[in-house]
Design a protein around this ligand. Structure first.
Ligand SMILES: [Zn+2]
Length: 319
């Protein structure tokens, strides 16, 4: 090979390499003009105070897929973490006081920075701490419907850099992450996050893990919740992180769907039979299976409250 030809080859390789690396990471999200929100008002961050005793962990699920947790016992919040050679993707940091630890842990163990943070929905208990990663260069992603509550409720976290309407695809280090909005369910901004290679799904707060839905169905849309569980049933997944407790399966979500449909039918039938709240809540029946779910004792009456409120707001009756 002549000297000039080998020099040409070297030049070609050197000029192609950075181009390939630059395209190993990509997404089709819509950019948000963050300058518009630079001086927005925020509330005090209830997760910011130093929390040295707060439990935290980053545990391998399979291959490059990990799961982070923060918080003690039943107060635990969680999200999947994908580690690739091009950087990491973190779902829902949840607490500012442990987000710095998570950032450093990923750096120490895998020698990569966090490239993406995905918010599952616009609720402060899951998306707090986003600013720790955004300030470190991460792209924060959410459904476009999360923007309004984040700004309107003055939630002290990062405003998303990128948003999407129904679907978004992130390619990172040769791995694919799919974001999808099914319907309003637990909030109007709920995002399902699929990791096809790992048959894993992030389904925060709409899915449960042999656990009761939280309190009185905060920010609740009944039909979209059922639609979301029907969508989950069709996915080729065998591990579902629900944002709390421990990971679940599709069988757990089928059981949750049965519970939700049954609760809705019971409350609707009791309201239609003319029962007042004081009668109604004593007459709702729970299966033995549901009675064994996490937090049944503290949540079951509140679940009736939430369903009673939904049913009352979405019927008219004879006149
Ligand atoms: Zn929530």
């Amino acid at each position: 090979m002549s000297a000039s030809l080998s020099r040409w080859l070297l030049l070609a390789i050197v000029s192609i390499l950075p181009w390939q690396l630059a395209h190993a990471t990509s997404d089709n999200g819509i950019s948000v003009d963050l300058a518009k929100y630079a001086n927005r008002a925020t509330l005090p961050d209830f997760t910011a105070a130093a929390c040295p005793d707060n439990p935290r962990a980053l545990v391998q699920v399979k291959g490059n897929l990990y799961r982070h947790t923060t918080g003690p016992g039943l107060a635990v919040h969680s999200g999947f973490v994908l580690i690739t050679r091009e950087g990491a993707l973190v779902i829902d940091p949840a607490m500012t006081c442990t987000a710095g630890w998570l950032r450093d842990e990923i750096q120490h163990r895998f020698s990569v920075k966090v490239k993406y943070v995905v918010y599952t929905h616009g609720h402060a208990d899951h998306i707090s701490g986003g600013q720790v990663f955004q300030q470190d260069g991460a792209i924060v992603v959410a459904n476009q419907r999360a923007l309004e509550p984040i700004v309107g409720e003055k939630i002290p976290t990062a405003v998303p850099n990128k948003v999407f309407d129904t679907d978004m695809k992130i390619t990172l280090g040769g791995e694919t992450v799919l974001l999808h909005r099914v319907a309003p369910s637990h909030s109007d901004s709920m995002t399902m996050v699929l990791f096809p290679k790992y048959k894993a799904l992030q389904c925060t707060d709409v899915c449960e893990s042999k656990s009761m839905p939280y309190n009185d169905f905060l920010d609740f849309y009944y039909p979209g919740w059922i639609e979301t569980l029907d969508w989950v049933a069709k996915q080729d997944v065998d591990i579902i992180d629900v944002g709390h407790y421990s990971p679940a399966t599709k069988a757990d979500e089928a059981a949750l769907r049965t519970y939700m449909v049954d609760l809705h039918k019971q409350v609707l039938d009791l309201v239609r039979s003319g029962q007042s709240w004081d009668q109604l809540y004593r007459n709702v029946k729970f299966s033995d299976e549901v009675k064994h779910w996490i937090a049944f004792d503290t949540m079951h009456t509140l679940n009736i409250v939430g369903m009673y409120r939904w049913v009352s707001n979405h019927r008219r009756g004879e006149w």
